[in-house]
Design a binder for this molecule. Structure first.
Ligand SMILES: *Cc1c(COP(=O)(O)O)cnc(C)c1O
Length: 348
């Protein structure tokens, strides 16, 4: 049984850190008609002459109402990549600690781990792309600070079995980061409404995929207020710029548009899934809870290059463990998907 103790996971230098206090942080009771001579800004209005809200209050408010959580359970970052990096820097002591990842999975965990000089323990997924629970728990030690679970997983597309995830949440003594970048496409429930139950649970989501805003860079972390406070202490004060906050707000306030696009993408995915089995060199289509699918072909390098010649770029994942001769295909518009199918038929 787990004995989770958050305080013992935090790096000592972070525990004692005195955070930078920005001008907009120090003056809290903001009235709209105040005169701001505190931040050395250019006073002439152009929409972005003032520093952005370091706490992103408005964006968090709308997100919290959509996702039915408390705004104080949210940290926002410049993409989820920044969020993941903050988690490393708050909890992992370089050259001492380790993290556990489950390949084949999202490449950034290992890159961030390497940048932060943290050991990465790799525990392969099973043949049907599920976590090997016993091996994960066996490989974990007192220095294992984070376990990354990507569900739905990139590049395999499947969600992890909920009972396995729950067992890990109960028995792993470090933080468990569930990367839910694709959760909005999935039929499986998000872990968000179970934050209160598991003090070691950290969830990351992003506006880059289902929300259609990869260009503005907005990543989201949901966790206990205690974890949120630790991450807020070390985040750069103005990490989410004014334009990003405005664009995100606009989109989130019209959430029905996002829902409509998700439904369209899921319908287009179904059409693709109906057609792909007719392509002679496609040997297997893996189940997907995301807006992409992994397919096994006869020769991934050959098929990848043939598609490039036809002007279509997909992702060749053949070098990833358990993904020999596998290609990852993103669901596009109706027309793009039709072009893909036609290209497949021509090269078959
Ligand atoms: C695309 C993706 C992200 C998104 O990262 P951002 O920095 O928010 O764009 C995160 N995790 C996974 C698994 C992804 O595939």
């Amino acid at each position: 049984m787990g004995t989770f103790n958050l305080n013992s996971l935090v790096r000592d230098n972070i525990k004692t850190l005195k955070p930078y206090s920005s001008a907009r942080d120090e003056y809290k009771a903001i009235e709209t008609d105040m005169i701001f001579l505190d931040a050395n800004e250019n006073p002439y209005e152009n929409g972005v002459n003032r520093y952005p809200d370091p706490k992103q209050k408005d964006v968090k408010q709308v997100l919290a109402s959509i996702k039915k959580c408390n705004p104080n359970q949210i940290v926002l970052g410049n993409g989820s990549d920044e969020i993941l990096d903050l988690i490393f820097r708050a909890f992992c002591e370089p050259k001492e600690d380790n993290v556990i990842i489950l390949p084949p999975t999202y490449g950034m965990y290992k890159v961030l781990s390497d940048i932060n000089n943290i050991e990465t323990k790799e525990v392969l997924l099973s043949a049907n792309f599920q976590p090997n629970i016993n091996e994960i728990l066996n490989r974990a030690n007192a220095k294992s600070k984070i376990l990354f679970l990507c569900s739905p997983n990139n590049p395999t597309g499947n969600s992890f079995d909920a009972q396995s995830v729950e067992k890990l949440l109960k028995e792993f003594n470090g933080l468990i980061v569930i990367d839910e970048a694709y959760t909005d496409f999935s039929r499986e429930k998000s872990w968000l409404n179970r934050l209160e139950e598991f003090p070691n649970l950290v969830i990351t989501q992003t506006l880059s995929k289902a929300y259609g805003m990869a260009g503005i860079r907005l990543g989201i972390c949901y966790a206990s207020h205690t974890i949120v406070e630790i991450l807020n202490r070390i985040k750069p004060p103005y990490n989410v710029n004014e334009l990003t906050q405005q664009k995100a707000l606009e989109r989130l306030e019209n959430y029905e548009n996002v829902e409509r696009e998700i439904a369209k993408i899921n319908a287009n995915k179904k059409l693709l899934l109906d057609t792909l089995p007719n392509i002679s060199f496609i040997e297997k289509i893996y189940p997907s809870d995301a807006n992409f699918m992994l397919v096994k072909v006869d020769d991934a390098n050959l098929r990848y290059n043939q598609l490039i010649e036809k002007g279509i770029v997909i992702r060749n994942r053949t070098t990833q463990p358990l993904c020999e001769n596998c290609l990852r295909i993103t669901v596009g518009t109706e027309r793009e998907n039709l072009n893909l199918i036609n290209a497949f038929k021509e090269i078959a």
